[in-house]
Design a protein around this ligand. Structure first.
Ligand SMILES: [Zn+2]
Length: 233
């Protein structure tokens, strides 16, 4: 439809297409399917490049810039922050079952509410979390499938680090990150995902890529605050 969300979705899905295309082209059938750990790297990397491009070249005024920054921030909240909360909730409920415990709806709601309060800073007075939100787990379809939501966070962390390095290098006219990235897209599951990402300069066994993602999230907030402060009310 030509709106920003439509273009962004197109960029996201094109990332998956590029990943599948290159891996199918360069890998034998047995290795052509990439693992879930890296599945959302190409898609979120494209979203990152698109939003940086749009912020620099397309936005005409502060309103449009604020819209883009706001949707970026919301992307970080729902993909990195919220999916980590989900993953922690899943881990805890699996641990209860593994310890031969059983799960009830009251217990799930209590556990979920506790996590919500920690993540949103309820006790610190940052966000008020009403008790009713404890039932939110019941409407998250992912909890009824496999244990996999963590990959949204890990993929976004990895892609944010790769996109940052790529943008910085491209400005100086270099192509080594881009070349390594295309090699990564062409690798399917020929190596373990951690090794594949190391090939593009991202070591997921350290906290460096995570810190880079949080830095980007903070910089978005700083830009929003600066813009709002300078806008006449
Ligand atoms: Zn996707």
């Amino acid at each position: 439809m030509g709106g920003y969300d439509d273009v962004s979705t197109f960029a996201h899905e094109s990332g998956h297409s590029m990943h599948s295309y290159f891996s199918n082209k360069y890998q034998p059938y047995i290795n052509s399917d990439y693992s879930i750990f890296v599945a959302e790297v190409a898609s979120t990397l494209n979203e990152n490049l698109l939003s940086h491009y749009a912020l620099k070249n397309i936005t005409r005024n502060n309103q449009e810039k604020l819209f883009l920054l706001g949707s970026k921030l919301e992307g970080f909240r729902t993909t990195l922050f919220r999916q980590t909360l989900f993953a922690e909730f899943e881990l805890k409920i699996h641990e209860i079952v593994e310890a031969k415990g059983s799960l009830s709806d009251e217990q799930l709601s209590k556990l979920y509410l506790q996590l919500l309060k920690i993540y949103y800073g309820h006790d610190q007075g940052i966000c008020q979390i009403d008790d009713i939100y404890g039932i939110e787990w019941a409407r998250i379809p992912h909890f009824y499938y496999d244990f996999y939501v963590f990959k949204y966070s890990t993929s976004l962390v990895a892609s944010t680090a790769i996109a940052k390095a790529m943008r910085e290098e491209t400005q100086k006219g270099g192509t080594s990150v881009r070349d390594a990235y295309i090699k990564f897209l062409s690798s399917g599951s020929s190596k373990y995902p951690i090794e594949l990402l190391k090939g593009v300069g991202v070591d997921m066994t350290t906290s460096k890529p995570f810190n880079a993602a949080i830095e980007e999230m903070n910089s978005i907030m700083d830009q929003i605050e600066k813009m709002i402060a300078s806008t006449p009310q």
